[in-house]
Write a protein that binds this ligand. Structure first.
Ligand SMILES: [Zn+2]
Length: 307
């Protein structure tokens, strides 16, 4: 209860701060009156866009890395940045605006429940395989700004359903969202997996009895929408799955992902998917299209899971 109170208090403090600071210009000068916002439009050239951003936007290195990942992952949907009152930076994408950094210090749970765009990149997704144990609460990609994905993929169940197409996936037909290249990425994964299975037929069992793709639902035990709601996640064979909620809490500490086939994980990662197996709160049948998380990790160089 104390934690919750602290968060609300912090949120209120930021609100007051914004009101007292007033408007700001994007130039590295003191806030000027009369100017409410500045816009920085993205026209498809990531380096040129980054050069156009003034230093006054805050931690330029972190902002640039995240903006670069978003622009690389969603080149048609990412529209640029905007500054508002208090020089607060907003990300513009798919017609929406999303707070880049709310300046709040958050607990793990607060980050899941009240994330800003920057929070989505809090844990660096490890691109090296295999992954063994992970440190407590290390969940790269599990933080999601829900409104961002609603803007990208459809604002309601029926809107997402209308954006879903059938994808032939390793002998099954599944529904996947055609926006942001998600369905095409899943098709590309399937092509790569067929090459893997040609070499190692025993691995095909992982894509048999698929546990599902598009399904508008909350994540078990939370109020947050699963990315299955957006038609951008696929669950493989339930018989091969390990899920943190099925384990005793002490087993999360010692859970190893090393027995999971690298070839399958890498086929997905190559095309912009993250694996739920790389979370402390693991969900090993779950793959989710998150090209911004993969782009950010690639940009940081070879990333190994922390211990
Ligand atoms: Zn899933």
């Amino acid at each position: 209860m104390a934690r919750r109170t602290r968060f609300l208090h912090a949120a209120a403090a930021v609100g007051l701060g914004l009101a007292s600071l007033g408007a700001a210009t994007p130039a590295p000068t003191a806030p000027a009156s009369g100017s409410s916002s500045a816009r920085f439009d993205f026209h498809g050239d990531v380096p040129a866009f980054l050069r156009s951003l003034p230093d006054s936007l805050g931690n330029k290195a972190q902002l640039s890395a995240i903006v670069s990942a978003l622009a690389t992952a969603y080149p048609k949907e990412f529209q640029g940045l905007e500054t508002g009152p208090g020089n607060r930076v907003m990300v513009r994408a798919a017609g929406g605006k999303f707070v880049f950094d709310d300046s709040l210090s958050k607990t793990f749970e607060e980050r899941l429940d009240h994330p800003d765009i920057e929070d989505m990149f809090h844990d660096l997704y490890p691109l090296t395989n295999p992954t063994d144990r992970l440190p407590r609460d290390f969940d790269p990609g599990r933080v999601r700004v829900e409104d961002f994905f609603l803007a990208l993929y459809g604002a309601s169940e029926s809107a997402v359903a209308a954006n879903c197409v059938e994808v032939d996936f390793c002998g099954s037909s599944v529904k996947f969202n055609k926006r942001c290249g998600a369905a095409d990425a899943l098709r590309a994964v399937a092509v790569d997996l067929e090459k893997v299975f040609a070499q190692k037929p025993a691995l095909r069992v992982y894509v048999q009895k698929l546990a599902g793709t598009f399904n508008w639902r909350k994540i078990a035990g939370t109020k947050r929408l699963s990315n299955h709601s957006f038609g951008t996640a696929i669950d493989l064979n339930l018989d091969k799955a390990a899920y943190w909620r099925w384990q005793k809490p002490e087993q999360l500490e010692t859970f190893s992902r090393k027995d999971w086939p690298n070839e399958i994980v890498e086929a997905f990662e190559r095309h912009g998917f993250i694996w739920g197996g790389k979370w402390w709160h693991f969900d090993t049948m779950h793959f989710e299209y998150r090209p911004e998380i993969i782009a950010y990790a690639r940009d940081k160089g070879p990333t190994v899971a922390p211990r």
